[in-house]
Every structure is written in structure tokens, then in C-alpha cells.
Design a protein around this ligand. Structure first.
Ligand SMILES: NC(=O)c1ccc[n+]([C@@H]2O[C@H](COP(=O)([O-])OP(=O)(O)OC[C@H]3O[C@@H](n4cnc5c(N)ncnc54)[C@H](OP(=O)(O)O)[C@@H]3O)[C@@H](O)[C@H]2O)c1
Length: 357
């Protein structure tokens, strides 16, 4: 039986779902894949729980009752002393700083699986250096959920790139929250601020919806895909349409934004009124491999197109390549959500296990 040992960093929406999915799938993975997944360490930003035996009871209770404040070195020493092999660090944090630990983790013998996008969107120098370190230590780094959550976008593009299939353009409705907002706004007689509030109440937007409206998250995903296809771009080179008016942007408080979010209404009403009868507004990211341009913007789409017919918080990606010609390969479905993201991380873990001895 092949064994992998996972140290999980982050027990929020995605991390907690991942633990539960691993526990539920454990027996099937043993029987069908001949794979044993152990979770010797679970950690959040302040507390870690080390276990000697396989998870039996509630991990939440164990983390609360037996967790303790930790440093990364404590974890590295523990897994070393216990002689764990096939170590994989899962980054299910949303932390800017956590990726600074990747180097140390790789040196200590870990492969990495990340839902966190930060490592792939820092400078291209950091990006290249990380890959060099992985290569030097013969370690793998998988991050399918960085774009489109559980949808197979990164791997599809990587496979095209590896096999010399020329990708000419990638377009996508990358953001589940902005998909919901514009799908709803274009269908219903509600003001933009009402739809925005509704999206927040349903848990689609970030606690601060300006994170979504600024377009930065979509830009990060676009950069990840561009780099996957060999583009040497920096985040600052992406053209981003920021949907937050200047007087409500990050310089002002969230409270002030909510108090004045009605100021967005006339802006979006004008866009809506300018639409032809069969048109809708969509928030897209576009990557043109011929010019190297990366764009995050609002576009008008026909209601019957792949993007125009989207519903709820679904994402859709169109990949144009030489062999596919004018008709792109389309990948569509839930592009966000903790359950689909955790399943994507688990898939990365199983794929990584296949590569190990
Ligand atoms: N949700 C989705 O649909 C989706 C889709 C694709 C990718 N992702 C990515 O998945 C990641 C996790 O998302 P989430 O929604 O689960 O976030 P979340 O609910 O905010 O959880 C983040 C977790 O990370 C922990 N954490 C923060 N800094 C840490 C550190 N330095 N060391 C160890 N743990 C640390 C937090 O600990 P505390 O509780 O102690 O603060 C928390 O448990 C994010 O990077 C997100 O962008 C999410």
C-alpha cells in the first residue's frame, strides 16, 4: 500500500472540507487506488495538532483540545523524528506570507499542493526560483484549484503547452461572485447595490466585496494561466477595469463603502440601458497569446453565447488553440465553492501520489 503523509495548513472553508473529504474517501482510496492518506499534522494560523494514530474522532475537537501554538520548525522536527515519508504540505491558507515557507518545506522533503494563489502570482523571479528549487529537490507542486476551483483548467492548458499545441487565446468568466452579480443584475429588475448585497448575504462575495469588484482576483488567475503558457508577465502589466469608484476604494472604510454603495447604481444602470435586447453584461478575463495582453474587463455578450447563458455563480472558460480552430474548447461549471475546491485539492493529492514511489 502506498502511503502519503499530509501536513495541512489552513482549516477554513476549504481546509475543513478537505479533511472531511479525505476521511470519507479513505477506505475507497485504500481499496481502489491502493493509497493510504494520513494526516499527521493539521494547523491553522496559530495552532497545530500532531497525531500519532490515524484520525478517529472529530478533528475539530482534537485541534481545539490538543492543539498548541507552534512554529514551522516544530512541525518539521516532528515529521522528521516520526520518520514520515512521502510528505505533502497542503497550503489551504489565504495567506500572503505563508508561501515564504515553501522553500523551507521543500528543503525538508515536502511536495506542495496549494489552493492558495499567492506563490504563482508573485514576481516572475520568485515564480522561476520556486520551480528551480522544486527541480533541484525532485519535488512536485500542484495547484489545479488556483483557477476555476475544481474545474480542470490549469492541467488542460499545461497539457496543450507541453504537447506544443499552440494556444492563441483564453477567455473566461473567472469569478463566481461576479458571475452571480452580473447574471442576476441583467435578468432581474433590481439595483446593482441590491444585487451586491444579496450576493454578500448568500456568501458569494468576499467579506469586503471590493476585493471582487476590483478585478484583482481575476487578474491573479489570468496571470497564473499566462505563466502556465510560458508568458513572462508581472501582475502590474495586467490591464484591470476596477469597478469600484475612486471615492469608495480601498482608501475608504468598508463601512463607508456599504453606506454609499448606492453610488454604483447609476453607473451600472447606464451600462444596462446601453445594451441591445439580446445582450447581457459579463465580467471576463482575456489572455491574448499573440499580443501577450492580459485584460480584466466588462464586456457585452449575446444572451445565447457560452458566457451570456451562464447562470447562478458558474464559471466558463473558452480556450482557443490551433487545432480547435474557430470553435474553442469550453469548460464550464461551478468555479468556486469550498466543496468543489477541496475535491480539486484531493484530486491533486491523488495525482501526486501516483508520481511517488
Ligand atoms: N473558497 C473557494 O471557492 C476557493 C476556490 C479556489 C481557491 N481558494 C483558495 O483557497 C484558500 C483557502 O480559502 P478559504 O476560503 O478556506 O479561506 P479561509 O476560510 O479564510 O481559511 C484560511 C485558513 O488558513 C489559515 N491560515 C492563515 N494564515 C496561516 C498561516 N500562516 N499558517 C497556517 N494557517 C494559516 C487560517 O487560520 P485562522 O483560522 O487561524 O486564521 C484559516 O484556517 C485561499 O487561498 C483561497 O483563495 C478558495
Amino acid at each position: 500500500m502506498k502511503k502519503i503523509n499530509i501536513v495541512l495548513f489552513g482549516t477554513g472553508n476549504v481546509g475543513s472540507k478537505l479533511i472531511n473529504q479525505i476521511l470519507e474517501a479513505r477506505e475507497i482510496l485504500r481499496q481502489k487506488e491502493g493509497l493510504e492518506i494520513n494526516l499527521p499534522v493539521i494547523a491553522n494560523s496559530s495552532t497545530a495538532f500532531f497525531q500519532k494514530e490515524n484520525q478517529q474522532a472529530s478533528w475539530e475537537a482534537d485541534l481545539t483540545n490538543f492543539g498548541f501554538p507552534y512554529r514551522l520548525e516544530d512541525i518539521l522536527e516532528y515529521v522528521h523524528n516520526e520518520g514520515y515519508e512521502n510528505l505533502i504540505a497542503v497550503d489551504a491558507t489565504a495567506s500572503e506570507q505563508f508561501v515564504d515557507n515553501y522553500n523551507e518545506l521543500i528543503h525538508a522533503g515536502f511536495h506542495i499542493v496549494a489552493a492558495n494563489k499567492v506563490a504563482n502570482t508573485r514576481s516572475s523571479q520568485f515564480y522561476a526560483r520556486l520551480r528551480e528549487t522544486l527541480l533541484e529537490h525532485n519535488k512536485y507542486f500542484l495547484y489545479e484549484t488556483n483557477v476555476g476551483a475544481g474545474l480542470p483548467i490549469v492541467e488542460t492548458l499545461r497539457n496543450f503547452h507541453r504537447t506544443n499545441e499552440r494556444v492563441t487565446r483564453v477567455r473566461g468568466v473567472f469569478s463566481g461572485s461576479l458571475s452571480y452579480i452580473f447574471n442576476t443584475y441583467c435578468e432581474e429588475e433590481k439595483t446593482f447595490s441590491e444585487v451586491l448585497t444579496e450576493a454578500g448575504d448568500k456568501g458569494f462575495t468576499e467579506p469586503d466585496p471590493r476585493v471582487d469588484l476590483s478585478g484583482k482576483d481575476v487578474a491573479r488567475k489570468l496571470l497564473i494561466l499566462g505563466r502556465e503558457l510560458g508568458l513572462k508577465k508581472e501582475f502590474e502589466e495586467i490591464s484591470i477595469q476596477d469597478l469600484v469608484p475612486k471615492h469608495l476604494n480601498g482608501q475608504s472604510t468598508l463601512k463607508n463603502f456599504h453606506r454609499n454603495k448606492k453610488d454604483l447604481d447609476p453607473i451600472f444602470l447606464k451600462l444596462k440601458k446601453d445594451l441591445k435586447q439580446d445582450e447581457v453584461i459579463r465580467h471576463v478575463g482575456e489572455l491574448d497569446l499573440q499580443t501577450g495582453a492580459l485584460d480584466v474587463k466588462l464586456v457585452k455578450e449575446s444572451r445565447t453565447s457560452a458566457f451570456g447563458s451562464l447562470q447562478n455563480a458558474d464559471s466558463s472558460f473558452e480556450i482557443f488553440t490551433e487545432s480547435y480552430g474557430k470553435q474553442p474548447l469550453v469548460i464550464k461549471g461551478a468555479g468556486a465553492g469550498a466543496a468543489v475546491t477541496a475535491r480539486g485539492v484531493l484530486t491533486d493529492l491523488v495525482k501526486l501520489a501516483e508520481k511517488l514511489h
